[in-house]
Design a protein around this ligand. Structure first.
Ligand SMILES: [Cu+2]
Length: 134
């Protein structure tokens, strides 16, 4: 009897582990088909392409990754110690983004819908940067 209970407990554990493994695999797998389907950014947030942005030479927004894909969410994270004054007032016209960055809120997210080259500037047009979408 005791042995039978052990076997049942063991089978239950195996079942739980199998379901957990399946969830982990399905939750993190990202295939090209997912991009084509173009799911909403919220659902695909875990798959966002992250690019870090810092200012160089005072007025250049420099991205450590500046090529993105149509349909894949992008998260730009700004290194605020390098982004001063009006350069924190960020505009990316092609993505409909106009945002004042702060130390507490130093990122913007968007999902590119069309290939092309996109400009980013400060609200006065002094700071300049760009990225491409393929
Ligand atoms: Cu400016």
């Amino acid at each position: 009897m005791k042995q039978a209970l052990s076997i049942i407990a063991f089978l239950l554990l195996v079942g739980v582990a199998a379901v957990a493994a399946k969830n982990i695999i399905e939750g993190t797998t990202f295939t090209p088909q997912d991009i084509v389907k173009g799911q909403p950014a919220q659902q695909r947030a875990a798959d966002a392409m992250i690019a870090n942005v810092r200012m160089e030479d005072g007025y250049k927004y420099v991205l450590d990754n500046n090529q993105f894909q149509v349909g894949q969410p992008v998260r730009l994270v700004f290194e605020m110690s390098t982004v001063k004054g009006c350069l924190r007032s960020l505009v990316i016209p092609g993505m409909g983004i106009r945002k004042t960055l702060s130390d507490q809120d130093n990122a913007v997210e968007f999902t590119p819908q069309k290939p092309g080259t996109y400009q980013m500037t400060c609200s006065m047009g002094m700071g300049q940067g760009s990225f491409t979408v393929i």
